[in-house]
Design a protein around this ligand. Structure first.
Ligand code: URP
Ligand code: ZN
Ligand code: ZN
Ligand code: ZN
Length: 477
């Protein structure tokens, strides 16, 4: 099966050019400049499918390196399965995810890793990799880290919050970091001071402050800055590369920037919610509405200027990439567990379908360049997590993961109860992005050479997606 995507504007992180892209089987075979036609190469008559991308961008498929499909969490389970979540991702121009294997205290890491393979195998619409969560860091967890690196799982997430659920103490963190420093893997950190947050939550609830807004007010930026700083110091001590997940506070960005200025391998990821949504407008919505946007780190106060700083840090590379932290819960039966107490609201927002669009809107709004869009959504995730070459770039030899994006198209995000057609495919009974209008449209999505989205039709199937055996990070200084 050969496919030619012709007349499009190919956008890589390194530049933009008019070119035709030839995909042979699962792999990009050639990127042909218009001049090659003048030289007499007749590619078109030798292919099975031709996609005309005139006036459209041809970009490497999105890579969402932070998702939680069907994760057991907060007394329930994330509402998207590997099947529904990866299909929704494909709809939004994302052709790879990296999800998290969960290890709760007392569980065996390798057992959990195998369980996650069983959950995902044969279910996914697009390719998927795994990071491994470590909570308690047992001796067996350390040997498991080496085994997992050999399996293609070269990144480990630790938590400085969620005591009794995920939290690792500083000693455990250092142990895992020491191991990462020797086996070449990267430590991902949920950087919030959990003890301080637990105290503030207890005090708020005792005082009768139980609405969703207090989720944000009890997780202040100081708790994020402090934990980010501590994580950076522990990484410095051990020599482990460090990647801070879901950065929302500008003060945490500054910690990362400072560390990078000293040459330390420290990186930061932010998420669309921290670029667009806020404590005032969303968490503070009337009644229980704010529950829709309860996630950690929390949405921050607009008045404090985090959002502006976050867009800027995407431009300056103080923050390197954007993932969603896709962790969806329905309002009915899940978020509403916290009706009487915000601390019982399961933490998470669903955005896996909208990341490419929401960040493209940043291009339209003049906040990032076209090439930077591709870089933060695809190329850097590939390099950061050891997939570059196969993923994250349009070049011969790369997987045929390609999106045709129409800058003259339009995407409305919404749900039926508000009078709109349901315009998302995630398994959620609401949209965290209700009412967002995007000046662009995902037209065609190819996953390893197969067209999975064609305009408004899904042509893929569950089980199309394969496990990505990742190498070590290709982003280290
Ligand atoms: O609220 C969030 N972020 N839920 C998912 C778990 C995590 O900490 O990433
Ligand atoms: Zn986290
Ligand atoms: Zn997460
Ligand atoms: Zn379109």
């Amino acid at each position: 099966m050969k496919t030619l995507i012709k007349n499009g504007t190919v956008v890589n992180s390194t530049g933009t050019a008019l070119a035709d892209v030839l995909i042979d089987g699962e792999t990009i075979a050639a990127v042909l400049s218009p001049g090659s036609r003048l030289l007499g190469f007749d590619v078109e008559s030798n292919v099975d499918t031709v996609i005309d991308a005139r006036g459209k961008y041809v970009i490497p498929g999105g890579i969402d390196a932070h998702t939680h499909m069907e994760m057991p969490f907060g007394g329930t389970q994330a509402s998207d399965t590997f099947e529904t979540g990866t299909r929704a991702a494909a709809w939004g121009g994302t052709t790879s995810i990296v999800d998290f294997v969960v290890q709760y205290a007392g569980e065996n890491v390798i057992d959990q890793y195998q369980k996650w393979h069983e959950k995902a195998a044969g279910q996914c619409a697009i390719d998927y990799g795994f990071h491994q969560i470590l909570s308690d860091v047992q001796d067996s967890s350390l040997t498991a880290m080496d085994e997992l690196v050999a399996e293609g799982v070269s990144s480990f997430k630790l938590f400085m919050a969620y005591k009794g659920v995920f939290l690792s103490d500083d000693g455990q963190i250092v142990k895992a970091m020491q191991r990462a420093a020797t086996n070449g893997s990267i430590i991902m950190m949920h950087a919030e001071n959990g003890s301080v947050i637990d105290l503030l939550v207890q005090q708020a609830v005792a005082a009768g402050n139980t609405s969703p807004l207090y989720h944000g007010l009890t997780r202040p930026w100081q708790a994020e800055e402090e934990a980010t700083h501590r994580a950076i110091m522990l990484a410095n001590l051990t020599g482990a590369p460090l990647y801070i997940v879901h950065v929302s506070a500008k003060q945490a960005v500054d910690q990362i920037a400072q560390a990078r200025d000293t040459g330390q391998n420290v990186f930061g990821e932010t998420c669309p919610q921290y670029l667009y949504l806020s404590l005032e407008d969303n968490l503070g919505a009337p009644g229980f509405e704010g529950a829709k946007w309860v996630c950690s780190t929390p949405l921050r106060a607009k008045a404090e200027g985090h959002q502006h700083h976050m867009w800027q840090s995407l431009r300056t590379n103080d923050i390197q990439m954007v993932s969603t932290d896709h962790c969806p819960f329905c309002m009915k039966g899940q978020k509403d567990m916290g009706l009487a107490d915000f601390s019982k609201i399961p933490n998470g927002i669903g955005s896996v379908e909208h990341r490419m669009d929401l960040l493209y809107q940043g291009v339209v709004d003049g906040k990032i360049s076209l090439e930077r869009w591709v870089e933060v959504c695809s190329t850097t995730p590939a390099r950061m997590f050891g997939m570059y070459g196969r993923k994250g770039v349009i070049q011969p030899g790369a997987d045929g993961d390609v999106v045709v994006y129409d800058p003259n198209g339009h995407t409305s995000i919404g749900m039926p109860e508000t009078g709109r057609a349901k315009t998302h495919h995630m398994n959620m009974d609401y949209s965290a992005w209700e009412g967002y209008e995007i000046d662009g449209h995902v037209d065609t999505v190819l996953s390893r050479g197969k067209v999975v989205i064609d305009q408004n039709a899904y042509l893929g199937a569950k089980g199309d997606g394969r496990f990505i055996k990742r190498g070590l990070s290709q982003y280290l200084i």
